[in-house]
Design a protein around this ligand. Sequence first.
Ligand SMILES: *Cc1c(COP(=O)(O)O)cnc(C)c1O
Length: 384
Amino acid sequence: MIFWKKKQIYLDNAATTSVDENVLNAMLPYFNKKFGNASSSHYIGEEARRAVEESREIIAKSINGKYKEIILTSGGTESNNFAIKGMFFSSYPKKNHIITTKIEHDCVLNACKWLEKQGAKVTYLNVDKEGFVNPEDVKNAITSKTILVSIIHGHNEFGTIQDLEEIGKICKEKKVYFHTDACQSFTKTKLDVNKMNLDLVTLNAHKIHGPKGVGALYIKEELKNKITPLLNGGGHEFNIRSGTENVPGIVGFAKASKLIGKKEISYMSELRDYMIEELLKINNVTLNGSKKEKRLCNNVNVSFNDIEGEMIGSYLNAKGISTSTGSACSSKSKDPSHSLIAIGLDLKSVIGSIRITLSKDTTKEEIDFTLEEIKKTVEKLRKK
Ligand SMILES: *Cc1c(COP(=O)(O)O)cnc(C)c1O
């Protein structure tokens, strides 16, 4: 790969985001000046402890949860594994059934697949063409053996935002636990654990301009002495997730949770809609995922039905523009995306798909330049 020293346009914010300047500044003192172990009972330790607890409070409030209900983890992958395996082992063998969907992140799907080898029965629900789960399907899948329903909130590839309130009502009525993976939706759309009747929620920092390697699992208070820990050790995090706290990371995570407000959301939504509109003017282009209101404010995903997304992506890369095809985690393996297949795309459209994800810092100029380059590339490739 060749990289000129040219300005990079980063449009892969669903894979990760840059750490915001304010987040970085909040973190810095906790690497050296305030470097304490939050478990130590001296001044330096207590300083770190205070920072962790204040951060926990901020993160809890941001989803209308309680301070005691936030367990800090190493990120989305750990939180999803903890939620699913932890709830499974707390109920197995009395109950053994998990309900999820065909469009989950790999860490949810692979945790479920692994559990199947340990005795779990897993239902992978279908979704419709826009990526929505039918709440009735959830209802019909629940049996007397069902432990947990786990459904992604904002989709990492095509941006569809699931109606969790409706599904939450069903889970409550049927007395099964309800988990959501909210890594992509966190701060970008409303997330209220009470209104949505959520028992467990996965969050992470690096999708919201925080640092990598830190996240949280929201666990409803009454479940905290039920869930089986994945990490046993010194009894950190209310005795259910041991390991010395990543203090700078946690401080940065809390700071990042406050970065996106109404203003940023509407800014990104406008830019997203403009970009979608312009892309759809190109021949033989279709939008993947849901319509405006129920779509992540930063997600654009289209298929060029006669060109490979990978080809467009590599042309754009050569121009200094970062985009993605398929999901970032699996794009290296070049397997066609399981999520795009699940929304009914044929193989050509899956291979022809490209994901462009914006951030609060993306400019109109960057989008215009990208659109220009896409149009040129498509024209070139179609002539061949
Ligand atoms: C990024 C992501 C994850 C994984 O989170 P990490 O913090 O990178 O482990 C899980 N689910 C979704 C929807 C994601 O976007």
